[in-house]
Design a protein around this ligand. Structure first.
Ligand code: AMP
Ligand code: ZN
Length: 112
């Protein structure tokens, strides 16, 4: 499959890992939108949150848990934001589910 994040998971496209385990990896976003901007990516290809099935429930919980642990490791004591962009209206540009972890500055709300 021609998927950027599948290639990063496979190592075909090199990208240093902030974290990895048997179910997911975490990498720095190539165009950071905050001082800390990390992507938590499941090894399995799931196109988006909208495509996730009941079988993915445990994996989805794991991804959020890992994200919270990375935020702790990065010492984001003042807070942070976690984002799933899904589909065109959600602004998703890479069709392989991922969580954005953004922190290190005050983030505005609502998003654009
Ligand atoms: P989204 O727009 O929610 O699908 O998020 C995709 C994210 O992937 C964007 O924030 C991009 O900056 C990021 N991105 C694209 N290519 C790479 C890459 N090669 N390594 C790391 N992050 C990437
Ligand atoms: Zn993929």
């Amino acid at each position: 499959m021609d998927c950027l994040f599948c290639k990063i998971v496979a190592g075909t496209i090199p990208s240093p890992r902030v974290y990895e385990d048997e179910d997911c990896i975490a990498i720095a976003d190539i165009h950071p939108q905050a001082p800390t901007h990390i992507l938590v990516i499941p090894r399995e290809h799931i196109s988006s949150l909208a495509e996730a099935t009941e079988e993915d429930r445990e994996l989805l919980g794991h991804l959020l848990w890992v994200t919270s642990q990375i935020a702790r490791d990065k010492n984001l004591k003042n807070g942070y934001r976690t984002v799933f962009n899904s589909g065109d209206d959600g602004g998703q540009t890479v069709d392989h589910l991922h969580i954005h972890l953004l922190g290190g500055r005050s983030l505005s709300w609502p998003p654009g």
